[in-house]
Design a protein around this ligand. Structure first.
Ligand code: S3P
Length: 432
């Protein structure tokens, strides 16, 4: 297992690109596999999580070729009814998105599949997806009555439902929309707050009939999905590590080019502005189905922040790195209404509270979030990633401003979403 040792820098300076968006890359493979014709994807995120999706669809008979760089994919789509039964259990590693969205697609298939994952994924809740899919007609069994993988699913004759989701979750919404492609009638999902809408956008882009009305999304069954050519924008969640790292040093000046700025994902920009960073967003013209921009961040003294309510789903994956920014901002920051963090790749509330305390931060863990009394200088320490990619990267960024040396243990997990993270970081680290 690889550990990363990091020392403080003076500021960050330069221009970088981040790899393709993880959520969009998963969806491009899934929907491309269900479309008719050859889909070409540029900017695909060639990371462990997205490769789990590629392997799963290959195992179901889809021919997917990788270009030399790994960021170009060619998918020979088989049409909605063209998947075949895999011969083996599908192991989707650490990827919650693969497992939950795939359950939606498998609910529409007339063959049984066993799905499993790594030690973290088999402890994450799946009932949020399996319960409504059962209502649509899928047969699902697994530990804790179908809450925990390994899960066996056999789909087939689905009927459309109108589902009110108790949690704002793009994975739940997407699983039901994908199942809805196969269901008799119109499937509708209403969520309590807006979550990322990449599935809705991509389904429309491939030709499905999708209607969005406030917090409700509807999809009509059996569309003809037609293959597309597309470029995946840079992942704003990956960019956020550099945005925060730049924001926390006065004198920093970092530009990240070609980043996806979908309104359901870009709340981090509002947050950093409110905390004092200077942010310039220059939209890139001719973006196809997702808005793209170059983002410039200049650092300054940071102010504390209070986050709760409907903004939380729009920055859920950025909370680990926002917590690091809060640790450096003088005053009390509160992150509440974020109990979903407890069921991510690790319990992120607990992991952040343990790690920030090791770095000398006054932090209080509450059931649904964190209270951080920031502003004292961070002290270098040994911290663990807890096997969570976003925790690992957030701690490396914290180490950039800590006194002495910080060691982040067990960082192989960074490859889940951001292979090459350290190389990109080294390009912008400045000591003068
Ligand atoms: C994702 C949705 C979010 C997010 C995850 C990716 C997606 O999960 O945390 O990293 O691609 O749909 P939830 O739907 O559980 O909130």
């Amino acid at each position: 297992m690889v550990d990363i040792k990091i020392k403080s820098v003076k500021k960050l300076k330069g221009e970088i690109k981040v790899p393709g968006d993880k959520s969009i890359s998963h969806r491009a493979v899934m929907i491309g596999s269900l479309a008719k014709g050859v889909t070409e994807i540029e900017g695909f995120l060639n990371s462990e999580d997205c490769l789990s999706t590629v392997r799963a669809f290959r195992a179901m008979g889809v021919c997917i070729e990788e270009g030399v760089s790994g960021s170009k994919l060619t998918i020979e789509g088989r049409g909605l009814g063209g998947l075949s039964a895999p011969e083996q259990v599908l192991n989707v590693g650490n990827s919650g998105t693969t497992m939950r969205l795939l359950l939606g697609i498998l609910a529409g298939q007339d063959f049984p599949v066993v799905l499993t994952g790594d030690d973290s994924l088999v402890e994450r809740p799946m009932k949020r997806v399996t319960e409504p899919l059962r209502k649509m007609g899928a047969l699902i069994s697994g530990r804790e009555a179908g809450n925990l993988a390994p899960l066996t699913i056999r789909g087939g004759q689905l009927k459309a439902i109108k589902y009110k989701s108790p949690i704002p979750s793009a994975q739940v919404k997407s699983a039901l929309l994908l199942a809805g492609l196969y269901a008799e009638g119109e499937t509708a999902i209403t969520e309590p707050a807006k979550s990322r809408d990449h599935t809705e956008r991509m389904l429309k882009f491939f030709g499905a009939e999708v209607e969005v009305d406030g917090l409700t999304v509807k999809v009509k069954s059996r569309p003809v999905l037609t293959a597309r050519k597309m470029t995946v924008p840079g992942d704003i969640s990956s960019a956020s590590f550099f945005m925060v790292a730049a924001a926390m040093f006065p004198g920093s000046d970092v530009t990240i080019t070609g980043v996806g700025v979908n309104p359901t994902r870009k709340a981090i920009l509002e947050v950093l502005r409110e905390m004092g960073a200077k942010i310039k967003i220059s939209p890139v013209k001719n973006a196809l189905f997702e808005p793209i921009a170059d983002i410039n961040v200049k650092g300054d003294k940071l102010r504390p922040i209070n986050l709760e309510g409907e903004i939380i789903p729009r920055l859920i994956d950025e909370i680990p790195i926002i917590a690091v920014a809060a640790a450096l901002a003088e005053g009390v920051s509160q992150i509440r209404g974020a109990s979903e963090l407890r069921v991510k790749e690790t319990d992120r509330i607990k992991a952040l509270s343990v790690n920030l305390a090791k770095l000398g931060v006054k932090v209080e863990e509450v059931p649904d979030g964190l209270i951080i009394r920031g502003g004292s200088p961070l002290q270098g320490a040994e911290v663990d990633s807890f096997g969570d990619h976003r925790l690992a990267m957030a701690m490396v960024v914290a180490g950039l401003s800590a006194r002495g040396e910080t060691t982040v243990l067990n960082t192989d997990c960074i490859n889940t979403s951001f292979p090459g993270f350290m190389d990109t970081l080294k390009k912008v680290m400045s000591y003068e």
